[in-house]
Design a protein around this ligand. Structure first.
Ligand SMILES: NC(=O)c1ccc[n+]([C@@H]2O[C@H](COP(=O)([O-])OP(=O)(O)OC[C@H]3O[C@@H](n4cnc5c(N)ncnc54)[C@H](O)[C@@H]3O)[C@@H](O)[C@H]2O)c1
Length: 256
């Protein structure tokens, strides 16, 4: 079942490929309008054109204030309002331990994956106030729910997104702006494909399902949180991770 997003206008960052593209497609399938913001102009235009009149592409650098204001303005100009923001744009972990991750690498990851989320909320909130409310979905990670080795800047940013989400939820509740975080596990996308993961059953022993996720398996969580079905849900953290963060596998505990 798909949630009903009829009449809702949503800005999705990092929507030109991967999970963000899947979210953009899911929003339109649910009856909503979407503006895809990304740095990858050719890919973003292609996704928006394939979705027809319900979608637009807007160049957006989530680390740039003027770019954010332009994206919010373009969304309101195109579709008349802004009801939803999916802060999805991000870059991957360095794969280096804390002791070795260069400071500028740490700062770059935090700038995009955490400061970019703050900027998105900062620039979207006035338009949501004008719309009488809204829903912000901040994309964290399983790495924002546990201490995942070799993710120092990435994990720190994703923990930050989780906390910032709760702060904004508390501040904005009385204005009917809901703010929640989603925590994907390992999902096959252009970001993770270079690690060599596959969708084969049994190929990812880290979680109880023993497989990585498909981008489509994240979409329902996003459309739910954007929809009025989630009207009493704010400040929540929704893990969509095949049980990865629930705890160690039975095999690990029992040794078989
Ligand atoms: N794939 C996974 O396993 C996984 C797991 C947990 C969390 N996530 C998170 O989900 C989100 C999407 O991941 P993905 O796997 O689809 O990655 P991806 O690399 O396939 O897509 C990320 C998109 O963000 C865009 N982007 C990067 N920097 C940007 C910037 N400064 N401004 C605007 N857009 C920018 C990229 O151009 C790209 O289109 C990320 O926040 C990621 O951390 C992914």
């Amino acid at each position: 079942m798909t949630q009903d997003l009829t009449g809702k206008v949503v800005l999705v960052t990092g929507g030109a490929r991967g999970l963000g593209e899947a979210y953009a497609r899911g929003i339109v399938a649910a009856g909503g309008k979407v503006v895809i913001g990304d740095l990858l102009d050719d890919d973003g235009v292609a996704v928006a054109e394939s979705l027809g009149e319900s979608a637009r592409y807007q160049h957006l650098d989530v680390t740039d204030a003027a770019s954010w204001q332009a994206a919010v303005d373009a969304t309101v100009a195109a579709f008349g309002r802004l009801d939803g923001l999916v802060n999805n744009a991000g870059i991957s972990a360095s794969g280096l331990p804390v002791a070795d991750e260069p400071l500028d690498t740490f700062q770059k990851i935090v700038q995009i994956n955490l400061v970019g989320v703050h900027m998105g909320m900062h620039f979207a909130i006035p338009a949501m106030r004008a719309a009488g409310g809204g829903s912000i979905v901040n994309i964290s990670s399983a790495a924002g729910l546990m201490g995942m080795a070799l993710t120092s800047g990435y994990g720190a940013a994703k923990w930050g997104v989780r906390g910032l989400t709760k702060i904004a939820a508390v501040e904005l509740g009385r204005e009917k702006i809901r703010v929640n975080s989603v925590h994907p596990g390992m999902v096959l996308t252009p970001m993770t494909a270079p690690t060599g993961i596959s969708l084969d059953e049994g190929a990812f022993p880290n979680n109880p399902f023993k497989r990585v996720g498909r981008a489509e398996e994240l979409v329902g969580a996003i459309t739910y949180l954007l929809s009025d079905d989630a009207s009493y849900t704010t400040g929540a953290e929704l893990a969509v991770d095949g049980g990865w963060t629930a705890g160690p596998s039975t095999e690990y505990i029992m040794g078989r």
